[in-house]
Design a protein around this ligand. Structure first.
Ligand code: GLC
Length: 596
């Protein structure tokens, strides 16, 4: 079977990203394969974007250049000759490998990924196959990756290299570089692969001791045979080295989400989310949109709670200094991690079948960790857990917590009393220790709410030109054909009136997506005999704290009356879709709220 990359899923037989992963990843998490073990245990890593672009810091010829800092050569259309000159002044005399690695360690991160060569093509280490590198082309005359490698090995942090294998603005035969090579007559990716990618990977895997992962990027245009060759090369030199989630075509060891993205649901295959601490990866002097330590901790716990790993990025300056606000945030995260690390390292995502509104859940052996962000209520309720709780405590200080548990045929309920000071600055972790292995029953009903996510839906596709997909995050996308629809089977424990809301996602910052929210889509909801016509309009806009790029739009869709408990079919069928920009509504979930 040919291996497709995510965008090519469209027109393929897969409507759900989960099915796609399970059918197309030929290497992912093979059971006999222990290579991923350290990574699954580690959970939290540091990402560092550092290169010539850090020197420009987001400005070219005194103009602020839009877009990500490390892409400045591209967005500023800086000709190669002019960009090369930056190297002559790149002298990070304040760079201290010891401090960078110690920062990662003190923050509770277990691995470090640093850009060895980004899209600009400049090697941040001593490469023998291209003079365009930090030792030969700058006055610095040191190999910072060598120094980082030594420190990582000394301080017990796993060393990983980012390597841009498909895009290289400097090399004439790589992707996305036409504007830099206007006089190029021929183009042959293999020339770039053989001349630069393979020799440089050999150097990185030979001269820096143990390398725990190569983090590839932007595989959109690469052919499967080249992804395969790259993987084989890496494993032939260091068989234990992990293949990052963006090599392309299923040759990766795990799934990498889009930048700053994570799924709506828990995934039990290995996946990661990479995130920025402000809005850029490479340093931009005027990007001061720093997330707070609390924001990052919410992201971290949400991601671990959905089964992923989190790599948080820093963009140091060209002097080798990590911006102070980032250091302060990391310091506070480190303090939290020292007390609460047990609820992160080696943990799996929530065993429950629904998301909780008050925070996130992680689990390990016989324990469940409740990461409480804030809660207006005095207690929190967990439904569907069949195993018996032994005790409940606050993880950071061992204080016992009161709880009640009911285990009956139709009712499995744990109520945990929240301490008074739960609205303190940071997330409070409550541990529940169970008598034996944790067993859970399917339930999509949480304290009066039923949440229906597209990744658990049955996708009904139009006979022709069906485009509806459930993407990596579990969101329904490309809903532009009115004959595509979704259905869910739901189990209700209480009859009564339910209010229906449809929650769609819209982009907040990125200009490319501006105007994406056109709304007004019309749907028909069917439940048993009942039919409800509704229009998706912006009744409320919420900005979940853990989402920095998106807003959720809540549309109120009316009420259904359910006369008996038990199983019901819920159908969501479009009547009219606004297909402006060919996008349609991005449906995150449908919520049914019980009315008293
Ligand atoms: C994107 C960007 C790249 C960045 C990466 C980090 O792929 O193109 O500049 O390094 O995200 O995840």
């Amino acid at each position: 079977m040919t291996i497709r990359s995510a965008p090519e899923m469209i027109d393929s037989q897969y409507t759900n990203y989960l099915d796609f992963i399970l059918n197309n990843y030929n290497t992912i998490d093979r059971k006999e394969d222990n290579r991923l073990q350290w990574w699954k245990e580690a959970k939290f890593g540091l990402f560092i974007h550092w290169g010539l672009y850090s020197k420009l810091a987001g400005r070219w010829k005194d103009k602020e250049i839009n877009g990500l800092g490390e892409w400045i050569m591209y967005f500023g259309k800086i000709p190669i000759k002019q960009y090369e000159v930056i190297a002559q002044e790149f002298n990070p005399s304040d760079f201290k490998a010891h401090e960078w690695v110690k920062l990662a360690k003190d923050t509770g991160m277990k691995y470090l990924i640093i850009t060895s060569k980004h899209h600009d093509g400049f090697a941040m280490y001593h490469s023998k196959c291209s003079k365009y590198n930090i030792v030969d082309a700058t006055p610095f005359n040191r190999d910072p990756l060598k120094e980082l490698a030594n420190e990582c090995h000394k301080q017990g942090i796993k060393l990983c290299f980012y390597y841009s294998h498909a895009i290289d603005f400097h090399h004439p035969h790589a992707f996305r570089n036409d504007i830099f090579h206007p006089n190029r007559k021929t183009w042959n990716f293999e020339v770039y692969l053989e001349e630069k990618v393979k020799p440089q990977l050999r150097e990185l895997l030979t001269n820096y001791g143990e390398v725990s992962m190569i983090w590839f990027d932007m595989p959109e245009q690469i052919e499967p045979k080249y992804s395969k060759q790259i993987k084989e090369l890496v494993l032939s030199i260091q068989p234990e080295c992990l293949i990052g989630g963006r090599l392309g075509h299923g040759y990766e060891d795990y799934v990498s989400m889009g930048d700053n993205e994570y799924p709506e649901v828990v995934y039990d295959f290995p996946w990661e989310s990479v995130g920025t601490i402000n809005d850029t990866w490479g340093y931009k002097e005027y990007d001061i949109n720093w997330k707070s330590s609390n924001d990052i901790l919410r992201l971290l716990t949400t991601i671990i709670g959905r089964g992923g790993n989190y790599n948080l990025n820093l963009g140091p300056t060209s002097e080798g200094v990590i911006p102070k606000p980032s250091c302060e945030v990391l310091k506070e995260i480190g303090e939290w991690m020292k007390k609460n690390g047990e609820a992160i390292y080696g943990c799996q995502g929530s065993p429950l079948t629904y998301n909780v509104a008050w925070g996130a859940i992680t689990t390990k052996t016989n324990r469940i960790y409740l990461h409480v962000y804030d809660s207006e209520n005095e207690e929190i309720e967990l439904l569907g857990i069949c195993s018996r709780v032994k005790w409940a405590k606050i993880l950071s200080n061992n204080t016992s917590i009161d709880f009640q548990q009911i285990i009956e045929k139709d009712r499995k309920e744990i109520k945990v009393k929240l301490p008074q000071n739960i609205r303190s600055k940071y997330i409070t972790v409550i541990v529940l220790e169970f008598e034996d292995e944790i067993k859970v029953e399917m339930t999509n009903e949480v304290a009066g709410y039923i949440t229906l996510v597209p990744s658990n839906a049955t996708v009904h596709r139009a006979k022709t030109d069906s485009r509806l997909q459930v993407d990596k995050r579990g969101i329904a996308i490309n809903w532009v054909n009115v004959e595509d629809w979704l259905s869910w089977e739901i189990e209700l424990t209480k009859p009564g009136d339910y209010e229906i809301e449809i929650i769609t996602r819209t982009q907040k910052y990125n200009a490319r997506w501006k105007g994406e929210w056109f709304g007004q889509h019309q749907f028909l909801i069917e439940m048993g005999e009942q039919r409800i016509n509704c229009k998706l309009q912006e009744d409320k806009r919420v900005r979940p704290t853990e989402l920095y790029y998106y807003d959720n739009i809540i549309s109120k869709c009316g009420k259904v009356r359910i006369n008996k408990k038990g199983k019901h079919q819920f159908k969501l069928k479009p009547i009219w879709l606004n297909t402006e920009l060919n996008l349609g509504p991005k449906v995150c979930f449908v919520q049914l709220k019980k009315l008293d």
